[in-house]
Unconditional design. Structure first.
Length: 169
């Protein structure tokens, strides 16, 4: 019993934080959190990775990477012209013809992908599917035997972008 009384007296003698001190800590913490969140929001708004222009640039890089991957995996590559290439590649779970070419889409040029037959002797390309638009020029060039260069020139407003890849075929 004496032990219980001793513990009770000990607990009563210890002092905690006052209500005023707790409110002060919460206020300061809230202000710091608001300032930190405002800084983060400003960074995201000013960061170029979140601009539409960079999304357009990313689309260009992804389109060229997609073409490069398809050409690398192809069994047959035919450069028809500087702006058109036909490849027999593994696509959509079987080997079939793909054609990448520049075509007119509305007021600007677009990079199109046409899917053809799964027969190596019969290309039979279907409708163009738009990969990316606002293209100034597309160029497929064989640099030397077994080496193909893809160059994509894009223009949006005052911004010009050139994306190139060398591919071993």
């Amino acid at each position: 019993m004496k032990c219980l009384l001793c513990c009770r007296d000990k607990l009563k003698s210890e002092k905690g934080f006052t209500l005023l001190e707790m409110l002060l800590v919460i206020t300061i913490s809230s202000l710091l959190a608001v300032i930190f969140l405002q800084l983060i929001l400003n960074l995201y708004q000013n960061n170029k990775f979140f601009n539409l222009q960079n999304a357009w640039q990313l689309d260009a890089y992804l389109a060229v990477d997609f073409m490069a991957a398809q050409i690398k995996n192809s069994k047959k590559v035919e450069v028809i012209s500087g702006q058109e290439i036909n490849i027999f590649t593994y696509y959509d779970q079987n080997y079939q013809w793909l054609k990448f070419s520049l075509y007119q889409s509305g007021a600007s040029n677009a990079l199109g992908r046409s899917i053809g037959s799964s027969d190596l002797a019969n290309k039979d390309f279907g409708k163009n599917l738009d990969l990316i638009d606002k293209i100034e020029e597309l160029n497929f060039r064989i640099m030397e035997p077994g080496l193909l260069k893809i160059t994509l020139y894009l223009v949006e407003g005052q911004t010009q972008l050139t994306v190139s890849r060398l591919i071993k075929i």
